[in-house]
Write a protein that binds this ligand. Structure first.
Ligand code: 5GP
Length: 219
């Protein structure tokens, strides 16, 4: 029972503009000691306020391709003309140390991760409606009309893959979505298939008690 279990790997995807980044920031603020958030590498330009090594590791295409060649990424994908990928070392170290790791990645990457690590928990964040999604993308004001349009087009494609996910997070009230994600991961720790060692230990302790009782009766 005392042996520390491997951490749970959770992938959070969702339509661009659905608020998954904000949910993740809040989750980390409120439960920093529970989770390790993986920082991805990307070839896209930093948005105002983004810092290398915090939101992303901002890399050139050449540098990114070098990481691919060195097998330094667990997965990578192209999204709206740029590469995005998950550095391997951090994720593996944290999971082995028993930390729950969260990847905030798009759907192609999520499906690759699920294939490689079938125990991964997949969460998909949406807005309550498509109209709300469009409004949030325009309202963000950090992207050009072309980028908003290509992100909406991408949302149409991604909507096709949602069935592969385990749970939907309908992001209406931020604080509720944050708590929901936290509870989904907490519940995942209670899954029987993740507690096989503890169950075996309990079974053999119970059998020991039985044997002791029977011995007591015989005397
Ligand atoms: P953004 O440019 O808005 O920061 O991210 C664009 C998309 O790329 C988002 O859906 C985000 O979740 C996804 N993304 C970020 N990092 C990774 C990654 O390491 N791998 C993959 N496959 N997607 C990522």
């Amino acid at each position: 029972m005392t042996q520390k279990n491997r951490g749970i790997l959770t992938v959070v995807s969702g339509f661009s503009g659905a608020g998954k980044g904000t949910i993740m920031k809040e989750l980390m603020r409120e439960h920093a000691d529970c989770y390790a958030l993986s920082v991805s590498a990307t070839t896209r330009d930093p948005r105002p306020g983004e810092t290398d090594g915090v939101e992303y590791f901002f890399r050139t295409r050449e540098e990114f391709e070098q990481m691919i060649a060195e097998d330094a990424l667990i997965e990578y994908a192209e999204y709206v003309g740029n590469y995005y990928g998950t550095p391997r070392t951090y994720v593996e170290e944290q999971l082995s140390a028993g930390k729950d790791v969260i990847l905030e990645i798009e759907i192609q990457g999520a499906l690759k991760i699920k294939k490689k690590f079938p125990e991964t928990l997949l969460l998909f964040v949406t807005t309550p409606s498509a109209a709300e999604l469009k409004q949030r993308l325009i309202g963000r004001g950090t992207e050009s009309v072309e980028v908003v349009e290509s992100r909406l087009a991408r949302a149409v494609q991604e909507a096709d893959g949602i069935e592969a996910y385990d749970y939907l997070v309908v992001n209406d009230v931020l604080s509720e979505s944050v708590e929901e994600v936290h509870q989904m991961i907490r519940n995942e720790h209670r899954r029987v298939s993740r507690n096989i060692n503890a169950i075996h230990n309990m079974r053999s302790e119970l059998e020991d008690f039985m044997r002791h009782n029977e011995k007591g009766k015989e005397q």
